[in-house]
Design a protein around this ligand. Structure first.
Ligand SMILES: Cc1cc2nc3c(=O)[nH]c(=O)nc-3n(C[C@H](O)[C@H](O)[C@H](O)COP(=O)(O)OP(=O)(O)OC[C@H]3O[C@@H](n4cnc5c(N)ncnc54)[C@H](O)[C@@H]3O)c2cc1C
Length: 458
């Protein structure tokens, strides 16, 4: 199996460059661990709030090595996983606030990349959520009504023929067209943020794995590459890897893997067969859904939110590939697009996301408030990481912000059980959710979990 830098279509296309690693003792005022979208947005907001502040980012690979460089690049205004879930967890008024925040966030993000010249192949295509069963069709209709109730008027219900006219799959029974958001190259976006942060004076140490984090004097000390980095404050923007440095957070999140294929470029005749003139990112209504989008050079990215949990909260290169998922992805493609069953898929990879029981991110502090962290975006972090960066920058600088008053920031999600119960519970819930995806009604277990607002999905 190829290393991720070659297997992942986005990472493989980043230009080679020299990187700076930590090689001697260093100091900074604030150190951000993690050179993904959360870490780099945090660094950028720290500089916006206090341009003179000495900020360093430390990343074990290159910037974009984690989920930020491996994802599908489907940018949505979703901060809350789904409007219905937001109402369930935070109430109607708060769900309205989150929906408006999500829309504003995408508008600001896209304005930022345009202003700063971050070339990441952004296309404002909107997105499509398709229904594959009668139950999903009802759900789609209902979701438009909920969106309207929250003041979101960019959602439009489509009957089966209208969806099939957009993209020609025999499986589509209807769906929802959302006007906001679009598609982009996530590795180019992340790397562009890295360049912008460096332009503003942020030091980025790549190929620098933080082995430990501890309090030291009135600040913190990180050990990495056999040397140390001292700072007054640290921000952990390490997403699904956070338990390696702060094991106690495992109560509140679970690391999961998603897998993706990218095809060879389609010919004009193949595009004609499939339609897809609007080039939208597409998801379907299952818990373990397929997500897919065209790339700028005419390929298809085909992914699955299988939400695979590896026992013991394992995250690392050993999980980067899964032949079993690749086979199931190829099978699901053939079912969706039998006219293009022979498409070849030269790129295949996986990446770690992290989920909370309420499927929205959460934020916290540790080590006498010298460390703060934010994680748990499930598979919807492309936009939300920008909000998280703003939140974490305010937390690290002890600055007031309306964002810090959000219940999503103040309240912790319901905990997950520890191992070995965790593996058992994940298997039970996965099995039950697969039955729902196959068209069966929710089991007693799922109804019970739903009552407590506990979910499992990417
Ligand atoms: C296959 C896949 C498809 C997805 N598709 C979409 C999508 O289409 N739309 C969407 O909105 N979201 C999507 N997501 C989710 C999205 O990618 C994530 O929510 C987002 O990238 C999280 O960003 P992050 O910076 O918090 O985490 P990451 O990008 O994972 O960054 C964490 C970084 O911390 C570094 N790190 C960890 N530990 C250490 C350490 N000890 N020392 C130094 N560095 C360390 C890691 O190397 C990593 O680069 C997808 C995710 C995956 C995996």
């Amino acid at each position: 199996m190829q290393p991720i830098e070659q297997a992942c279509y986005w990472l493989a296309r980043l230009p080679e460059r020299e990187v700076a690693s930590l090689s001697a003792p260093a100091e900074a005022d604030i150190v951000v661990v993690g050179g993904g979208l959360t870490g780099l947005w945090t660094a950028l907001f720290l500089k916006e709030l206090d341009p003179g502040r000495d900020v360093a980012v430390v990343e074990q690979g290159i910037a974009a090595y984690g989920a930020s460089g491996r994802n599908a690049g489907m940018l949505s205004e979703t901060v809350d996983h789904s409007h219905a879930l937001a109402i369930q967890h935070f109430g109607l008024e708060e769900a309205r606030r989150l929906a408006a925040l999500g829309e504003r966030n995408v508008a600001e993000l896209t304005a930022f990349i345009a202003e700063r010249g971050i070339a990441c192949d952004y296309e404002p295509t909107g997105r499509l959520m398709v229904a594959l069963t009668a139950a999903q069709l009802e759900e789609a209709r209902h979701s438009v009504a909920i969106a309207r109730n929250l003041g979101v008027d960019s959602w439009r219900f489509l009957e089966g023929p209208a969806v099939r006219a957009e993209v020609h799959s025999p499986l589509y029974r209807g769906g929802v067209a959302v006007a906001g958001g679009g598609i982009l190259d996530p590795a180019k976006l992340t790397d562009g943020l890295r360049r912008e942060a460096e332009r503003l004076g942020v030091r980025v140490f790549e190929r620098t794995t933080v082995a430990s984090l501890a309090t030291a004097g009135s600040g913190v000390e990180l050990r990495a590459n056999g040397t140390t980095l001292r700072a007054r404050r640290a921000v952990l923007a390490t997403s699904a890897y956070t338990h390696h440095l702060l094991p106690q957070v495992l109560w509140r999140f679970i690391p999961l893997y998603d897998y993706v294929l990218v095809s060879e470029p389609l010919t004009a005749a193949q595009w004609e067969l499939i339609g897809w003139k609007g080039r939208q990112g597409i998801t379907d209504g299952r818990t373990f859904f397929n997500y897919y989008r065209p790339t700028a050079d005419g390929r298809v990215l085909w992914g699955t939110s299988e939400a695979t949990y590896y026992p013991g909260n394992t995250v690392g290169p050993q999980c980067d590939h899964s032949p079993h998922h690749y086979e199931s992805l190829r099978r699901s493609w053939r079912l969706h697009f039998p006219n293009l069953a022979d498409l070849e898929w030269p790129y295949a990879w996986g990446g770690a996301i992290c989920s909370t029981t309420r499927m929205t991110p959460y934020f916290g502090r540790a080590m006498n408030d010298r460390v703060c962290y934010g994680l748990g975006y499930t598979g919807h972090g492309l936009g939300t990481t920008r909000l998280a960066g703003r939140i974490l920058a305010h937390m690290a600088l002890d600055r007031a912000s309306d964002l810090l008053d959000l219940p999503l920031v103040r309240r912790r999600p319901f905990p997950y059980p520890p191992e070995p119960v965790r593996t058992w519970a994940v298997n039970q819930v996965t099995r039950a959710l697969r039955r729902v995806d196959a068209g069966h009604p929710p089991s007693l277990l799922l109804r019970l979990l739903d009552k407590f607002g506990i979910g499992f999905s990417s």
